[in-house]
Design a protein around this ligand. Sequence first.
Ligand code: ZN
Length: 319
Amino acid sequence: MNIHKRLLVPVPNAACTGVPTLLSGRLITPYMYLITMAFRTRFAPSPTGPLHLGHAYSALLAHDRARAEAGEFLLRIEDLDSARCRDHFEAQIYEDLDWLGIRWDGPVLRQSEQTQDYDAVLSDLTARGLTFSCTCSRSDIRAALAAPQEGALPLGPDGLIYPGTCRGRVAQGDTADEALRLDMTKATAVLPDIFYYQEVGEDVPATITVLSQTLVASVGDVVLGRKGQDAVAYHLACVIDDARQGVSHVIRGQDLSEATQIHVVLQQLLGLQTPVYCHHRLIRDATAKRLAKRSDAQAIAKFRDDGMSPQDIRRLVGL
Ligand SMILES: [Zn+2]
């Protein structure tokens, strides 16, 4: 049986949104079923450091938009990287958002509590023959790409375009560093030849066209998961959770704009509704460098300790 089809339960009377919700039994909560919203967005930080101005901008933008649309604003904690995530950073996220005046609707979704569902979808894609097992190191990939060509190596939305070395290989067992990749060639055989998604930028709305035949060259065999702990890759977890949470609008930074192609491909393969995407400008520091998570000097908590108000933060990020 097709596992994701079993998990996919349309929200009753959701004619206004058409947003399906990926649910497993333990995740069914009344608010998911009974309230159908035309607009639902989310903020999805990782507790690997303090929230900084860039996060504040993203969260405030999504929150303000949800309130303006009389919609919902959800909070998701992307805590799958257990080596880097810390409880005190998660606690700080709640504190910072609260201080900024941001209230979230419904329960917080913590990705570390959803691993069974990610595994089920990975197993499903594997059972459908859409994955292969890969043991290539980063330097293996660089070497394979460098051999047939000169100059710059082909770069896609998820890093170097995988050269296909292990394509067709089946899982060898419990090799520690084994990655499960999407076989994009096989995926394109089941994807529609052409599909679309909506991008609502800070300028004008646009319909983005994806041609299946270009995906092997432009996106390649992206990693969906790895053996062992923290098994699922960011892109797959993100897509599953956006569907599970019934997100109608994804509002996030421009740094994830390119990755949207991967997300839309996965939604097509899993039979999930594609949300509307909005990729906002990135907040940069005085040297025009994108704010890294580690730039603690820009941490919300630091501004607060220095006596700034939430209104000051809004002004700083241009809201
Ligand atoms: Zn490989």
